[in-house]
Design a protein around this ligand. Structure first.
Ligand code: AMP
Ligand code: MG
Length: 348
């Protein structure tokens, strides 16, 4: 299949009739799949009501069929079509964070969405992306749009149209290029059907921000303990892994340098993921400076680009700094731990 790629000005307003937007909406209405920019990462969109379209998403990504998709909407009214009810707490969250990188789990009405999109569950994950291009495409299609990240399953999520092209060229109908995404990590997933609202996946909206709006919120215990089964089916898979093995390093700068030197003495090419604060202390074959520690949002924005860059650099082993579990640090550490297959090297 030929994958068509075209650019759209990020500042498009949400009007229908804009030809570049209509082109994407037409493909979606014809049950084709199209990559679109969102404020978190690029999504691979398809008609959430069509088994045919949803099947194409899973095939292009090579995604396991038990991992349900997030349904993207452009207007709150779209919820009525496929959600049983909107609990009060969910309403508060929507008012505060939509459009934005918060995905909310609802009970779904039967028989509306493709059962493959929700992996046969009675619930559905929904969000409204905060990106003018995504909103315009969804609105213009008139459909709820299922959209996982537009990468091959297991690979780092795409934050540019070029990343999408590298993974999915020839496998999807189109790529709408709207430039780099903003947040850099995926949305936070929160279950409001539980007695106490529970974060199933940390992401762009932090638990501190959520607690301010609804009070009590907890983290799914599976996020802290590998042996507990996660409530979010997708959280059990290893993800985001670069080609070379990645280790997270807990300890001093000299400890990190010692690890690097040892490997280099054995003839290995070593890559390091560090920050502005750390870069002048690191001597390795390839160093990626991933934002600033004291502003974790800047680390999130560059994280997937960093993970991809090690493949291009052709290193044999990668060491990464660790980050505090606060604010968007929760999401950064969650993705890094997955990318590293939970391998940590500690100084003590
Ligand atoms: P992705 O599409 O790669 O951003 O991943 C979506 C995440 O949302 C995965 O971890 C899914 O398992 C999770 N998810 C989607 N639908 C549900 C649901 N109904 N209940 C719990 N988790 C869900
Ligand atoms: Mg993904």
């Amino acid at each position: 299949m030929d994958t068509i790629r075209w650019s759209v000005d990020k500042n498009v307003d949400e009007i229908k009739g804009y030809p570049q937007i209509e082109k994407a909406a037409d493909l979606l209405r014809n049950n084709e799949v199209v990559a679109i920019p969102t404020e978190t990462v690029y999504g691979l969109g398809g008609n959430a009501k069509s088994d045919e379209a949803v099947k194409k998403i899973f095939q292009a990504k090579g995604r396991p069929s038990d991992n349900p998709l997030i349904i993207h909407i452009a207007e709150k009214e779209q919820l009525e079509e496929f959600v049983v009810e909107v609990p009060e707490l969910a309403e508060k969250l929507m008012n505060q964070f939509w459009p934005g990188s918060l995905t909310i789990i609802f009970q779904q009405k039967e028989g509306i969405l493709s059962t493959s999109a929700t992996a046969g569950l009675s619930t559905v994950a929904v969000r409204m992306p905060d990106h003018p291009v995504a909103l315009a495409v969804i609105k213009s299609s008139g459909l709820p749009i299922a959209a996982p990240s537009a990468n091959r399953s297991g690979r780092p999520s795409p934050t540019t149209a070029q990343h999408v092209f590298e993974d999915l060229n020839g496998l999807i109908a189109g790529i709408v290029d709207g430039g780099s995404t903003g947040v850099g990590v995926e949305s936070t997933v929160i279950d409001c059907t539980a007695a106490i609202p529970t974060i199933l996946r940390p992401g762009g909206v932090t638990k501190e921000q959520i607690a301010k709006v609804i009070g009590d919120v907890r983290m799914d215990p599976a996020l802290q303990n590998e042996k507990v089964k996660p409530k979010s089916p997708g959280m059990k898979y290893q993800h985001y892994a670069p080609d070379a093995p990645l280790f997270l390093v807990k300890g001093s700068k000299s400890f990190l340098q010692k690890l690097i030197d040892e490997k280099r003495q054995h003839g290995l090419r070593v890559g390091v993921l560090t920050t502005i604060e750390g870069e002048s202390h690191v001597h390795a074959d390839f160093v990626f400076t991933c934002g600033e520690r004291k502003q974790l949002e800047t680390v999130a924005v560059k994280l997937y680009e960093a993970l991809r860059s090690f493949n291009t650099a052709g290193v044999d082993i990668i060491f990464s700094e660790m980050f505090p579990n606060e604010g968007v640090g929760d999401a950064i550490m969650n993705r890094l731990m997955k990318a590293a297959g939970h391998q940590i090297i500690s100084e003590e």
